[in-house]
Design a protein around this ligand. Structure first.
Ligand code: DOR
Length: 436
């Protein structure tokens, strides 16, 4: 069976494409790309979908998500996480190792891979840096590399011992793996729950200073310089941290950084009202930080946008702001929010989004991708820029129902997600459907 996607607006900064294209899918691949105005593609037997000008992007990659399996299946499973990914337009998701047991050994990686094989979304594991992510003893990095992890991180529980981190970087470079660092000085962050500034003072909430992140960025850059390792800074959130990353890049140190949609579009004022759906780590920062991150996107200084999809149960997110878990569900809102707050406001271009959410994460993680090109796997994201909808976390496919964007009106929504030629998410009807 061949499927013809007619009248789409392809977005791919690396391939020469017509403004309006018809894309023929056959045997899981992009078989032919023709100009909708001039091409003749129609074959009576093809299933034909008129996309009416919707944007067609290569299937997006999220390099920072928490699927919680094994061990915390009440928060998310690989299946529910992959459904959330499909609904958000992601065909590849890289999952963090803070599971139970921690993904610090090949057996756990094999289990994640086995579960991942049951879903169409590509779910790719990261391994932990230290055993149990306890920060003391290195995990068996060689075995993790052999089992196919794409990188190493103790996300959420940063390695505080600099000597251990140095050795981790040395091993990681021997095995050609990036170190992904959640930069947080745990002692300085102490029991903090939100960004330290005006709003933490008026809300009376325990603060986390920007310096808690910046100290560790400085340390990890110094260690990357010492060891020659590839360092990727996860969820960069401060202006000073950004400056340090830029300085390091200019010095030739192998550093890249990612930023989340929530740090780009929200600031610490969002915590007014004590809504625990605004409690994330790193915390929502000041307006000055947010502006600096947005500006950095324009100037090509940040390589990746990643969601840090971190679902929790309702019980873990209810109660007081102090006691609630850090983390929000981000997969199903990322593209719509970026479109609403940045692309529609001319602060981000579609081409750039494809670099930030496809080409650059693939390069950092050494995934081979070729974009919208004939003869390559048909992993595709279709976005309808006209659809009006309101974000309702109750309707998320994710088991995590917390989002700081609850109630936000958006114009623009994922219409189809296609994996190897199969439609796995379809929002053309009255109700959005997962088709696997
Ligand atoms: O908000 C967060 N939640 N930040 C992290 O770094 C960890 C994550 C989680 O695992 O819930």
């Amino acid at each position: 069976m061949r499927t013809l996607l007619k009248n789409c607006t392809p977005v791919d900064p690396k391939n020469e494409l017509p403004d309006r294209a018809d894309i023929l899918l056959e045997d899981g691949q992009i078989a032919k790309i023709t100009n909708s105005q001039t091409g003749k593609n129609n074959n009576q037997n093809d299933k034909t979908l008129d996309l009416k000008g919707a944007m067609l992007l290569p299937g997006l990659i999220d390099m920072h998500a928490h699927f919680r399996e094994p061990g915390f299946e009440e928060k998310e499973t690989i299946r529910t996480g992959s459904e959330a990914a499909a609904a958000g337009g992601f065909t590849t998701v890289v999952v963090m190792p803070n599971t139970r047991p921690v993904a610090d050994n090949p057996a756990t990686i094999e289990l994640i891979k086995a579960r991942a094989a049951e879903v169409p979304v590509d779910v790719k594991p990261l391994g932990s840096i230290t055993k149990g992510s306890a920060g003391n003893e290195l995990a068996e990095i060689g075995f993790l590399a052999q089992s196919g992890v794409l990188g190493l991180t103790d996300d959420g529980q940063p390695v505080m011992n600099s000597e251990v981190m140095r050795r981790a970087m040395e091993y990681a470079s021997d095995f050609n793996l990036p170190i992904i660092s959640h930069c947080e000085d745990l002692k300085l962050a102490a029991e903090g729950v939100m960004h330290e500034g005006y709003y933490s003072s008026i809300l009376g909430l325990k603060p986390i200073p920007a310096a808690a992140e910046e100290i560790m960025i400085a340390r990890d850059i110094a260690l990357a310089e010492l060891t020659g390792a590839s360092l990727h800074i996860a969820h960069l959130s401060t202006k000073r941290g950004l400056e340090m990353v830029l300085e390091a890049i200019n010095k030739g140190i192998k550093v890249t950084a990612e930023v989340t949609p929530h740090h780009l579009t929200l600031n610490d004022k969002a915590v007014l009202g004590y809504d625990t759906a605004t409690k994330v780590n790193p915390p929502l920062r000041s307006e000055e930080d947010r502006q600096a991150l947005q500006q950095a996107l324009k100037e090509d200084e940040i390589a990746v946008i990643a969601t840090d999809h971190a679902p929790h149960t309702i019980e873990e997110k209810m109660g007081t702001f102090d006691s609630a878990a850090f983390g929000i569900s981000g997969l199903e809102t990322a593209v719509a929010v970026l479109h609403e707050d940045l692309i529609s406001q001319q602060k981000l271009h579609w081409d750039k989004l494809v670099e930030l959410m496809y080409y650059n994460p693939a390069e950092i993680l050494q995934l081979e991708v070729e974009g919208l090109k004939e003869g390559t796997p048909a992993d595709l994201t279709v976005f309808n820029p006209k659809k009006k909808w309101q974000i309702d976390p109750g309707k998320f496919k994710s088991l995590g129902k917390h989002s700081p964007y609850a109630g936000k009106d958006c114009t623009g929504k994922i219409l189809l997600t296609i994996k190897e030629g199969q439609i796995i998410y379809d929002d053309r009807g009255d109700e959005a459907e997962i088709l696997y």
